[in-house]
Each structure stands twice: as structure tokens, then as C-alpha cells.
Design a protein around this ligand. Structure first.
Ligand code: PHE
Length: 454
């Protein structure tokens, strides 16, 4: 085999370019054998190294040199002389036994029994072999063996009973192992499954009514921030105010806003409890994340967590084709040591891959509670454009440290729209075709429960 390889190399030296089929005639060899010799990467490399050595750069120009070189090195067949300039590759072993070639020959004859799993995996990876499973059955005669087939009855009818005909019939046995038909009942939402699969647990989002303290102040959102205006937020008139807050924590929040601390200058304004007390319909599920993180900070020992929620939020929006006053948010929070923006991007990549979306992009953004912050975009092939689907970032120390979380704990978080990607998926141009009183109920019935692309 190594001879054949040398013959091919010699031919190539003279002709620069050659097709393996034409080599059959030139060398008088079988095509399979020629291709085999070429794929025999490490032996090719070894054979291309003359006694006196060869310049490493030149050797690496050969086909499949990278894999061949590394395999021949680890087999101890060749060595690199780095003292020479340029570095030379020299033979180390006097002769080689080309195990790969021997294995492949055996396999070609149909015997793969001696091949270890490790070798098998490697040859598969190198595309030298392909594994095919063939199932066969051994047939023997059973106790009721016959050469004709009787059709077994599956239903006992009234007619069979009244005529007594049933006595002459053979009935099919019950198959207690058969799977039942699928029940027409509730199933786990696909998004829920994805999060559970990724090791997240669900946050309790069962409070649409929140107060400004948890919705804004705990998130280091200053009290003059435009989002806290009645133009953007639905405030509750009855009951208008909340009264119960964790007092020490409230003091720390007040201080970080007005005077700073934890390495921050704060905003330097007069923080008022009256503003924090105002009840509202939560404008984001990040209020729930804040409550959860505060709760975690009160535990004796910090343990890393991954949390998610999918629930409604409310904003005082002018309704149009792409805006509703109440919509769903998909929220995620990961608290752990040493998290980076790279982790955040990695989580999105994994999450959206499960939804069949692989083209993602990120844009720097601003949130009072995250630094850095990123907007998330995904490419919609149908529309041929990038669509904004959410916002994310690393929570600021001004938010986390007053809660009492350890200084070296890092929290990455995000909030995604649920309706936007759904509109894209179902091809709706108007969000009111998807949510609200104008929804076509037949469309709801016709839509499959799960629209995920595998
Ligand atoms: N709360 C943000 C929004 O409503 C989303 C977000 C959550 C951003 C968590 C950063 C971190 O758009």
C-alpha cells in the first residue's frame, strides 16, 4: 500500500494535477485501492518524509496533511527538528505498521469484530468508514403453525352473539401493551419544555398588580424616569398604595438612589417613599425577578440559580398593528459566580436553536438596571429582515448589592417578547389577529399545538 502511495505521489510530482480514475489505467490498480491509499493520511505523511527529512512547511502542503501529521506524530512515526531553520520533519520510526490500513482491509472483508469502539469512532470521524446496522430475524414454527392465515376478529358484534356464530370465530387477543390515543387535554407549552430542558425552574408570576418599589425602585430606576409616568404605566386607584416593605432593604434602596454606595454615585435626588408605594399593573416581569433575587439573597447560603417565567405585563400603549396594552414576556435570570456577556449570548444561542432560529444579532442598549445591556435581534428569512425580539444584560451592583447578594455573584437576565416571534411564525401582520376579541376561533382550532422546527 505504501508503495502505491509513493507511486501516486511521484506521478503527481510530474503532473501537478491528476484524477484518481485516470490513475487506474496509469498504475494498473483498482480504483478502490487508489482512493484507499490516499485516505490513508498518516502513512502518506510518513512515506512523504525522506531519510534526510523534509521542510515542515512543504510537507504540510500535501492533501490531508494536518490530520496525517498529527496522527503520525502521536504514533511516534515522525519527529520535528526545531533546531533546523526552517524546521525539518524527520522519520523517527524505522518502519511502520499501518494499522489503519490493516483495520480498513479487515472491514472491507466484512470483519469489524476486532475493532475497538475508540478506533471505530475515530475512523467514523475521519470519514474512513460508515456504520450500517442490519437487523435480521430467525423464524421457527410456533405451536399453532399453519401455512394459511386466518383473519382474527377484532370486534364482537350483536349479530355474532344472537346467531351464535361467535363460537366458530377466532378473536384477536387484547394487547395490553398498546399505547392509547393522545388525550385532548392540556400539554406543557413548548417554551416551558425548552426552559425545563435547559435546567431552569419557573418563577411565581401570579401577581399582575405590583407596586412601584418592586417594579422600578429595586431595579435602580430613578423616580423621575419617564417609564414611571402615567403615560406609560397603568396605576391602580384602589387600593392606591402599598404599605408593607422589607424595611432595611427599603432604606438601602433609598440610599443607593439618593446618595449612592457600593462604589456608585447614585442619582443624587430626594427619594420618596410615596412614589415607591404607588400600585400599578406590572410593566415587566423583571419585577418578579427582583422579588426572587431579594428572596435568594436572604437565604443563609447562596446557591446558583436559573429561573424563567412566561406571563403577562401591561403598558399604557397606543394600540396598533404591533402594539398591545397587555402582552406576554418571557423572562430569564441566571445567578452564578463569574458569569459574562458571553454566557448570556451562549444561553440565547442554545434557546433559539431549540426554536429553529439560528441567526441572532445583538446591539448595545441601555437599561437603568443592567450594564452592559444588549438588544436581541433574530433574522426572519420570510420577511428578509432582522426583528427585535428582546432586551437583556448583566444586573448592576446598585440593584444586587442592596439586596444582600454576595459581591462576587453575577446575574445575567433578559426579557423577550412572546407575541412578536409568534406573529412571525404564523405570518400575522396585525397583532390583533393573534390576541383579543377579533381572533378567528377557527384559526385557533386549525393551528397545531406545537409549531417548533426540529
Ligand atoms: N425588563 C426589560 C423589558 O421589559 C427586559 C430585561 C429584563 C432587560 C432583564 C434586561 C434584563 O424590556
Amino acid at each position: 500500500m505504501s508503495q502505491l502511495c509513493e507511486q501516486i505521489l511521484k506521478h503527481l510530482e510530474k503532473h501537478d494535477k491528476v484524477n484518481t480514475l485516470s490513475l487506474c489505467n496509469i498504475l494498473g490498480e483498482d480504483h478502490q485501492k487508489i482512493v484507499g491509499a490516499l485516505k490513508n493520511h498518516e502513512a502518506n505523511i510518513y512515506n512523504a518524509v525522506p531519510e534526510s527529512g523534509v521542510i515542515q512547511m512543504d510537507l504540510m502542503k500535501l492533501p490531508n496533511a494536518k490530520i496525517g501529521f498529527s496522527k503520525a506524530m502521536s504514533a511516534g512515526w515522525i519527529q520535528v527538528d526545531k533546531t533546523a531553520a526552517p524546521p525539518l520533519v524527520k522519520r523517527k520510526a524505522l518502519t511502520i505498521v499501518d494499522i489503519v490500513q490493516e483495520h480498513l482491509k479487515k472491514i472491507a472483508l466484512g470483519d469489524s469484530s476486532k475493532l475497538s469502539d475508540k478506533d471505530k469512532q475515530e475512523y467514523k470521524k475521519r470519514k474512513l468508514i460508515q456504520e450500517v446496522t442490519i437487523k435480521s430475524f430467525n423464524l421457527t414454527k410456533g405451536s399453532d403453525f399453519k401455512v394459511t392465515l386466518d383473519k382474527l376478529e377484532t370486534d364482537l358484534t350483536t349479530e355474532m352473539l344472537t346467531s351464535g356464530h361467535w363460537q366458530n370465530l377466532k378473536f384477536k387477543e387484547y394487547n395490553f401493551g398498546a399505547l392509547g390515543t393522545f388525550l385532548e387535554c392540556g400539554y406543557l407549552h413548548p417554551l416551558l419544555k425548552i426552559f425545563l430542558e435547559m435546567g431552569f425552574s419557573e418563577m411565581p408570576t401570579n401577581n399582575y398588580i405590583e407596586n412601584s418599589f418592586w417594579n422600578f425602585d429595586t431595579l435602580f430606576q430613578p423616580q423621575q424616569h419617564p417609564a414611571r409616568d402615567a403615560h406609560d404605566t397603568f396605576f391602580i386607584s384602589d387600593p392606591k398604595l402599598s404599605t408593607k416593605f422589607p424595611q432595611d432593604y427599603l432604606e438601602r434602596v433609598k440610599k443607593v438612589h439618593s446618595k449612592g454606595g457600593y462604589g456608585s454615585q447614585g442619582y443624587g435626588y430626594d427619594w420618596k417613599i410615596e412614589e415607591a408605594q404607588k400600585n400599578l399593573l406590572r410593566t415587566h416581569t423583571t419585577a418578579v425577578s427582583a422579588r426572587m433575587l431579594y428572596k435568594i439573597a436572604q437565604l443563609k447560603e447562596f446557591k446558583p440559580v436559573k429561573l424563567f417565567s412566561i406571563d403577562k405585563v401591561f403598558r399604557n400603549e397606543t394600540l396598533d398593528a404591533t402594539h398591545l396594552a397587555e402582552f406576554y414576556q418571557v423572562e430569564g435570570v441566571i445567578a452564578d459566580y463569574n458569569l459574562t456577556l458571553g454566557d448570556l449570548i451562549g444561553v440565547f444561542a442554545e434557546f433559539f436553536k431549540k426554536l429553529g432560529i439560528t441567526q441572532l444579532d445583538f446591539k448595545p442598549a441601555y437599561n437603568p438596571y443592567t450594564e452592559p445591556s444588549m438588544e436581541i435581534f433574530c433574522f426572519h428569512p420570510g420577511l428578509g429582515k432582522w426583528i427585535e425580539i428582546g432586551n437583556s444584560g448583566i444586573f448592576r451592583p446598585e440593584m444586587l448589592l442592596p439586596m444582600g447578594l454576595p459581591e462576587d455573584v453575577c446575574v445575567i437576565a433578559w426579557g423577550l417578547s412572546l407575541e412578536r416571534p409568534t406573529m412571525i411564525k404564523y405570518g400575522f401582520n396585525n397583532i390583533r389577529d393573534l390576541v383579543g376579541p377579533k381572533v378567528d376561533l377557527e384559526m385557533v382550532q386549525r393551528s397545531p399545538i406545537c409549531r417548533l422546527n426540529k
